[in-house]
Design a protein around this ligand. Structure first.
Ligand code: PXL
Length: 270
């Protein structure tokens, strides 16, 4: 059984964060272990605002030690890292244990356009993304990492992918979602060779909570099972497309993607 170390936050509503990661690993037959960086609670009396409660650094370090000194892993994946100190810990951990790392550069929850903390974009750019085997920014995160104002075209996505690759990430997938072309969901993959675009039809649903975390986790599982980063992003794109197709309404504010949808998906090339 391949073992994955996840350094990420808890989504109390169950759709994103470590909850999405573990569900994805369960579906894909790898074993996930989590060091919790923060708890996100959604406020029912304030339009479901995401309130972030970071863990104390020693609490995070203790969990990292359990997993890496006490057990050992085959790959690492990062999600929400709420402070510069925790971003630094992530970077140091990759170095110390010589890990391949999938870095999902989470800067905000969906629908919330401001970064959690502005200094985190700089810390991700300077400390963590340079150590990534692959990083998986959405358009907003890609803009922050590439220091580009507003990414609205596929050419700008390619420019961002190149700039993020130049930071040191060995592979980059910029996820366009439906925001760039409208009826196509376009991603751009770059590993220093050809610029590759990956296209799917857009699935018309407001329920896509946890899509980013699930995508990055599917990439992680696929790589740890032996696929190349490019094969892994193609696989993860199918996995998340199926999961979004069977997403559902949790309450009036949010609907999670459904990893379970992949169990009987005929479209998934395993
Ligand atoms: O979707 C980004 C995300 C990542 N991690 C945690 C979250 C969210 C959004 O809600 O709560 C823990």
């Amino acid at each position: 059984m391949k073992k994955v170390f996840v350094l990420a936050g808890s989504d109390t509503s169950g759709g994103a964060g470590i909850q999405a990661d573990l569900k994805t690993y369960q579906e894909l037959g790898v074993y996930g272990m989590t060091a919790l960086t923060t708890i996100v609670a959604q406020n029912p009396t304030n339009s479901w605002a995401h309130d972030v409660y970071p863990m104390e650094i020693n609490t995070v370090k203790a969990q990292v030690s359990t997993i890496l000194d006490g057990i050992g892993v085959d790959i690492m994946k990062t999600g929400m890292l709420p402070t510069t100190e925790i971003i630094q810990l992530a970077a140091d951990t990759i170095e110390k244990y010589n890990l391949d790392a999938v870095v999902d550069p989470v800067l905000a929850c969906k629908g919330q356009d401001e970064p959690l903390y502005p200094e985190n974009a700089k810390a991700l750019r300077e400390l963590l993304v340079p150590k990534a085997l692959i990083t998986t920014p959405n358009l907003f995160e890609a803009g922050q990492l590439a220091e580009m104002e507003n990414i609205t075209t596929v050419d700008e996505m390619k420019e961002a992918a190149k700039r993020i690759y130049d930071l040191g990430a060995k592979n980059v997938i910029v996820k366009g979602g439906s925001e760039v072309e409208g009826n196509k969901a376009i991603d751009v993959f770059y590993n220093g060779g050809d610029m590759i675009t990956i296209e799917n039809d857009v699935i018309d649903t407001p329920y896509n909570h946890g899509a980013g975390c699930t995508f990055a986790s599917a990439v992680t599982a696929s790589i740890v099972k032996g696929q190349s980063p490019e094969e892994a992003v193609r696989f993860a794109k199918q996995f998340i497309t199926n999961a979004i197709e069977q997403s559902w309404k949790l309450n009036e504010y949010v609907g999670p993607v459904n990893q379970f949808a992949n169990r009987d998906a005929t479209t998934l090339q395993r």
